[in-house]
Write a protein that binds this ligand. Structure first.
Ligand code: FES
Ligand SMILES: [Fe+2]
Length: 444
C-alpha cells in the first residue's frame, strides 16, 4: 500500500538534508495488522477496562518517574496506576527501589505525592521501615510476636532504569526491562536522555479513555483538520510510521517542509517564516539554502551557544522533526536533540471515561555544568489550559487544539451508531499495533 502514499517520502527529506540522519532513522519498518475495524466498546466498556486492569497493567513495564525526581537519599514519591500504588524511594546506597504503597499492618497507604523521608513511617499506628524496606520500629512489638519478621517487611516491586527514567513492573515473571524496550536504547544512545533534566512536568485530567488521549498523539493525519496553522511547515501526510518490535513504534514527521495537502500553495519563504514563528525567532542570521538546511543550521548554532559541546553532526532531522517513539503501553519519548517532549497517559483511577495526560520537557544540560533539579509536577485544574503554562509556549496551544477533540471522541464513541472505528491502513498503523498488543495480553 506504501506506493500510494503522497511523495516525497520522509526518507526523501532525509536524503536531501545538509547534515544527514543516522541509518536507524532512514530505515522504514512498516507494520501490517490487517484492516478489521476496532470495536468502539474497547474505549467505553467497564468490562474491557476491567480486563486491562487485570491483565495489562500488572504485567507491563511502566515509566514511573525520572531519576532526577529523587536526587537525595530519602526522596520518595508515590506512583498510582488503576488502584495500585507504589512508594518509589532513593535509598542510602543511592539505589532506587519500589515498594507496594500499603502498610503490612492494616493497609494504610504509606505515601502520597512527593516528599523527603529519612525513613518510611505509617501514620496510623507508627510502624516504620528503613529506606530498604526492613522493619525498623513497631510500637507494642510484644503484641505481634506471632507475625514473622519477613511478613512485616515492605513488599518490593521490580524496578529498573533506562534513559534517566525509572520503570516498574508488578510481574515477577516479566522479561527484563532491557528486553522489553527492544531497539529503543540503541536508537536513543545518540540522544542521551539520561543526561537531560526535567524542565517541565504538567498534567491534566481529560474526559476520555486513556487510549483515546494516547491515540491522538500517534499519528500526524489529524494535522490537516486539528492544527491547520502548521501546514505550511509540517509535512504531515509524508510522515513515516514504523513498527519496531512488540513494544515500540514511532512516527517521523518532517518539519520545515510544507504539507503535501497545500500542493503548489506553499512557497519556501512561507515555510521558512512559519517555522521561524514556531521557534519564536526573528528571520535574522539565516544563511542561504533550502528551509531545512537554513533552519537546521540556525538551531544547531543556537544550541552550540546555549549548551556548549559539539553539535556539528546533529542531523537537520534531529534538530527540526517530530521523532515520536511510543513504548507500550503508555509512554512516549521524543527522540532527537531539540528539548525532548515526553508524554504519558494513565487511567484516572478506575474511571473508564477519564485519564491523566502528562507532558514533560527534557532539556540539555550546559557542558560542564551540574544537572539542575527537576521541576515539581503541576496538575492543571479543570479550567486551566495547556496554553496557560508559560513553559509550553509552542506546545501548549497545539495540545489545547487536541483537547478540543478528546472528550468529544469519548462522547461520540459512546454514541456510536455502528459500534465500530475504522482506521487508515498506513497512517494509523501505530494505533493498530497498540491494539494488537493489548489483545495479546488480554486474550481478546
Ligand atoms: S496501618 Fe500502618 S501502622 Fe497500623
Ligand atoms: Fe495534535
Amino acid at each position: 500500500m506504501g506506493e500510494q502514499r503522497l511523495p516525497p517520502s520522509y526518507t526523501d527529506y532525509l536524503d536531501a538534508d545538509s547534515v544527514g540522519a543516522p541509518d536507524f532513522l532512514r530505515r522504514a519498518s512498516p507494520g501490517d495488522f490487517g484492516d478489521a475495524p476496532l470495536a468502539a466498546e474497547r474505549y467505553t466498556s467497564r468490562e474491557f477496562f476491567e480486563l486491562e486492569a487485570e491483565r495489562l497493567w500488572p504485567r507491563v513495564w511502566q515509566m514511573a518517574c525520572r531519576e532526577e525526581d529523587l536526587p537525595r537519599a530519602g526522596d520518595a514519591l508515590s506512583y498510582e496506576i488503576v488502584g495500585h500504588s507504589f512508594a518509589i524511594v532513593r535509598t542510602d546506597s543511592g539505589r532506587i527501589r519500589a515498594f507496594y504503597n500499603s502498610c503490612p499492618h492494616r493497609g494504610r497507604k504509606l505515601l502520597t505525592g512527593a516528599g523527603h523521608h529519612p525513613h518510611l513511617r505509617c501514620p496510623f499506628h507508627g510502624f516504620s521501615w528503613t529506606l530498604d524496606g526492613e522493619l525498623r520500629t513497631l510500637p507494642c512489638r510484644w503484641d505481634f510476636a506471632h507475625v514473622p519478621e519477613a511478613d512485616l517487611r515492605l513488599r518490593e516491586a521490580r524496578l529498573d532504569t533506562w534513559g534517566g527514567f525509572v520503570f516498574l513492573n508488578m510481574d515477577d515473571a516479566a522479561p527484563p526491562l532491557a528486553d522489553y524496550l527492544g531497539v529503543l536504547p540503541a536508537h536513543f544512545a545518540r540522544w542521551r536522555l539520561e543526561a537531560r533534566w526535567k524542565a517541565v512536568h504538567v498534567g491534566k485530567v481529560i474526559a476520555c479513555n486513556w487510549k483515546v488521549a494516547q491515540e491522538a498523539f500517534m499519528e500526524s493525519f489529524h494535522v490537516i483538520a486539528t492544527h491547520p496553522q502548521i501546514l505550511e511547515f509540517c509535512a504531515d501526510a509524508n510522515s513515516r510510521y514504523d513498527i519496531l518490535g512488540d513494544n515500540v513504534n514511532r512516527n517521523l514527521t518532517a518539519f520545515a517542509a510544507p504539507s503535501p495537502h497545500l500542493g503548489d500553495g506553499a512557497s519556501p519563504d512561507q515555510t521558512l517564516r512559519g517555522m521561524l514563528g514556531l521557534l519564536g525567532r526573528p528571520a535574522t542570521g539565516l544563511g542561504p539554502g533550502a528551509p531545512r538546511a537554513a533552519l537546521g543550521r540556525l538551531v544547531r548554532d543556537s544550541f552550540q551557544r546555549a549548551y556548549g559541546g559539539d553539535w556539528s553532526r546533529a542531523a537537520d532531522a534531529e534538530l527540526l522533526d517530530a521523532i515520536v517513539y511510543n513504548v507500550f503501553p503508555n509512554f512516549s519519548p521524543w527522540g532527537g536533540f531539540a528539548p525532548n517532549i515526553v508524554y504519558r497517559w494513565r487511567p484516572n483511577g478506575r474511571d473508564v471515561d477519564s485519564c491523566l495526560m502528562e507532558v514533560m520537557i527534557l532539556k540539555p544540560v550546559r557542558d560542564g555544568e551540574p544537572r539542575p533539579a527537576a521541576v515539581p509536577f503541576r496538575l492543571l485544574g479543570p479550567h486551566e489550559r495547556w496554553s496557560d503554562v508559560a513553559e509550553l509556549p509552542i506546545l501548549g496551544p497545539v495540545i489545547d487544539q487536541d483537547m478540543a477533540n478528546m472528550p468529544l471522541v469519548q462522547d461520540g464513541l459512546h454514541a456510536s451508531g455502528t459500534g465500530r472505528v475504522h482506521l487508515g491502513h498506513y497512517q494509523e498503523s501505530r494505533i493498530r499495533h497498540f491494539h494488537a498488543r493489548i489483545d495479546a495480553l488480554l486474550g481478546t
